[in-house]
Design a protein around this ligand. Structure first.
Ligand code: PMP
Ligand code: GLU
Length: 434
């Protein structure tokens, strides 16, 4: 047999052949700060991990038990998700949020992050995101090669997108396909939209035929009540996104869900086709266990009530401590993030070499051991002195057990069960005023 001799030199296998969209793309800031914190911890430093945002609470015992029972499930599952799981998700959305969507309108994926990514892949439109927004929406658009527009917001308005801002942008070049992502309760700000605010945004979205992803991953962690959803005001154009990662404490299980209106079945079908050619389906044992989670019941209701109460008290205490140190923050409504602005201390901080949000986060980590993320990775101007704090560095299992045993959830409770979180925020306050 003649040896195979190539006619021309093959293209070199080198970095310059990377897709230009990913050239220089750094790892996601949330995961990078977690790696850095772990590295510093391994070196023996005392680090307060307010960087990555993940639930401090354990997965409810009944859901863990369901996963154990499902470990033998080994088959590939349907691309759109297991039938009874999709049924349970539809019932969950109806029961908890009054969102009426049937089983066939639900798509299960390996994390809502991946589902948001494949929406952007499937829908060829400009991405609109309020500034600030969660770190991954815009890099996903960049990977795909979509145009991104950051819509301005102000601290005075609770960092919330106003309908007139959305209208102004859409009216400036009408008729373009656009995807708007709204997240409430919000990462990074902790604030949430009221029903009236969403109704006003929905009117603009309908006028300009926007595709809306309503990222409701923190909806069940609204501290004080049901979370409003834009899907009630603009059902035909809104995809609702949620999953197990936050309210069920199972970020590492990687299960997210989308629900679509009938009008957007074509989008769901396109996304399912992408899924079928990429990840196929979500891990089978996780899908079986997720049925238990979404079916809920009194045990899970109680779990949610206690988690939300603890987060509410801790979030409000953190915000008060930071306000007393001169920081500005919007009202804290849900989730587990605070987004303080340090402008009042700009002069003092400038004298210490802190001139933007990156140096703010770096210097804070160096001086106090408190790991946070700079506002710039959430789309804020780099010169603005903002930080995101994830107030989750406590032993959620102990806190939950104490709450279940009937201890009153008040300031003394969070000081006792979330001492490192309280100390981290006090360290920030002392550092900024010092
Ligand atoms: N949206 C927001 C606002 C988030 O904070 C996260 C973080 N996990 C996600 C979506 C993605 O969550 P997951 O992929 O774990 O469902
Ligand atoms: N959503 C979490 C955060 O904002 C972390 C998980 C992730 O980014 O994938 O910190």
């Amino acid at each position: 047999m003649k040896p195979f001799i190539p006619h021309s030199k093959p293209a070199p296998l080198t970095a310059p052949n990377l897709n230009p969209n990913v050239m220089g793309l750094p790892p996601s800031a949330t995961l990078a700060i977690n790696d850095l914190s772990d590295e510093l911890l391994a070196q023996g430093q005392r680090i307060f991990k307010l960087g990555l945002g993940q639930s401090p609470f354990p997965v409810p015992a009944s859901v863990v038990e369901a996963l154990r029972r499902s470990a033998h499930e080994k088959d590939y599952l349907p691309v759109r998700g297991l039938r009874p799981l999709r049924e349970a998700v539809a019932e969950f959305l109806q029961r908890r949020h009054g969102i009426q969507r049937a089983r066939r309108q639900v798509l299960v994926g390996p994390g809502s992050k991946e589902l948001i990514f494949i929406t952007q892949l499937a829908y060829a439109g400009e991405l609109l995101v309020p500034s600030p927004s969660w770190v991954s929406y815009a890099p996903q658009a960049r990977i795909i090669g979509r145009r991104v527009t950051w819509l301005p917001t102000t601290l005075k308005d609770g960092w919330k997108l106003l309908p007139e801002t959305l209208e102004q942008h859409c009216a400036s070049s009408p008729g373009l396909p656009r995807l708007l992502i709204l997240n409430s309760p919000n990462n990074p700000t902790g604030s949430s939209f009221s029903d009236a605010e969403l109704a006003a945004l929905a009117a603009v979205a309908r006028r300009h035929q926007l595709l809306v992803i309503s990222d409701e991953i923190y909806a069940d962690l609204h501290h004080e009540g049901p979370s409003a959803s834009i899907s009630h005001h603009y059902p035909e154009g809104t995809v609702v996104s949620t999953g197990l990662s936050k309210w069920c404490g199972a970020g590492g299980w990687r299960l997210g869900v989308f629900s679509f209106p009938e009008e957007l079945e074509w989008l769901c079908a396109a996304m399912a086709a992408i899924a079928s050619e990429t990840y196929t389906s979500v891990s089978a044992p996780v899908q079986f266990a997720a049925i238990e989670a979404f079916r809920g019941g009194p045990g899970i209701e109680r779990y949610l009530h206690l988690c939300r109460s603890i987060l509410g008290v801790l979030g409000r205490l953190g915000a008060t401590t930071l306000r007393q140190a001169g920081c500005s923050l919007p009202r804290v409504d849900g989730g587990f993030y605070l987004f303080p602005e340090f402008g009042a201390a700009a002069e003092r901080l400038g004298g210490r070499g802190v001139v933007d949000s990156s140096t703010l986060a770096e210097q804070l980590l160096q001086d106090t051991g408190v790991a946070t993320l700079p506002g710039s990775v959430f789309g804020r101007p780099s010169s603005e002195l903002t930080l995101r704090l994830s107030y989750v560095n406590f032993d959620g299992a102990s806190a939950l057990a104490a709450a279940e045993a009937g201890e009153t959830i008040d300031e003394a409770f969070v000081r006792r069960y979330c001492p490192d979180t309280v100390e981290a925020i006090e360290r920030i306050a002392t550092w900024v005023t010092g």
